[in-house]
Ligand binder design. Structure first.
Ligand code: PLP
Length: 238
């Protein structure tokens, strides 16, 4: 783990050095890939900035980082327009559940949507992408742990769901998963990679602050890292 700040007060930005955390995380990923004998392929880090304010986010932007993840459409639409005025090449990923009544905003606002997980949402996205002529990159979320409370298509329905999405005209970039907190994440990452391979999908969004090195070793192309970069979030994620 990299060094993360211990202060949950949004005012103590001084004790979280986001740039240093980013450098340490990148070095750890490179070491993990070398250890696994994998090519040092570039792995995208999505800096998960949910619940963090502009000051903390600016540390990452000033360090040259451009890809960020938010889990709520509304929160992102409040925070990011001002930041995007200065940093126009920012790439925003939606990593939280998407309700169909927010699809219009999500398609207009995000560069990637990682939580495509049900037919109704697929249909709404297809309609809206067509209407706006703007297509965010799409990841299908797979509920690898088959947890009742968690979003994502179940692993045994993933193939047919992906086929249905393609039938609707959607281009699926890859898969995303959030393993059960109490499980060893390795089998979940391996399962996600297997489903992606048999569906010809290249990208895997898997690995968070606690397990990004392992995810990189198991083929992640996108890591979603929040607390390891920005320190603890001001309040628990609902
Ligand atoms: C919050 C969140 C993350 C980041 O979690 P950390 O443990 O802080 O790195 C990653 N993915 C999703 C979907 C999240 O909601």
């Amino acid at each position: 783990m990299s060094v993360a700040g211990q202060c949950a007060d949004p005012d103590c930005d001084d004790i979280v050095d986001v740039a240093a955390n980013l450098t340490a995380i990148k070095a750890e990923i490179a070491a993990a890939l070398a250890e696994a004998g994998r090519p040092a392929a570039p792995i995208a880090i999505t800096a998960v900035s949910k619940q963090h304010g502009a000051a903390r986010i600016l540390q990452a932007l000033k360090a040259g980082h451009r890809a960020f993840g938010e889990n709520r459409v509304q929160e992102a639409m409040q925070k990011w327009p001002a930041l995007r005025e200065t940093y126009q090449d920012v790439e925003l990923h939606l990593i939280g559940p998407l309700q169909t009544n927010k699809v219009k905003d999500a398609v207009a606002f995000f560069d990637a949507i990682e939580t495509l997980d049900r037919p109704k949402l697929a249909a709404a996205l297809a309609r809206e992408i067509d209407k706006q002529g703007r297509a965010p990159r799409l990841f299908t979320q797979v509920n690898t742990g088959e947890e009742a409370q968690k979003a994502g298509v179940s692993p045994d329905r993933a193939d047919s769901f992906i086929a249905d999405c393609i039938e609707l005209g959607l281009q699926i970039d890859g898969l995303m998963c959030i393993p059960p907190a109490e499980d060893d994440p390795a089998p979940h990452f391996a399962l996600l990679a297997k489903i992606a391979a048999r569906n010809g999908l290249e990208h895997l969004s898997m690995g968070m602050s606690g397990d990004y090195a392992l995810a990189a070793q198991l083929g992640a192309t996108h890591l979603r890292i929040g607390s390891g970069l920005f320190g603890p979030r001001p309040s628990p994620t609902p």
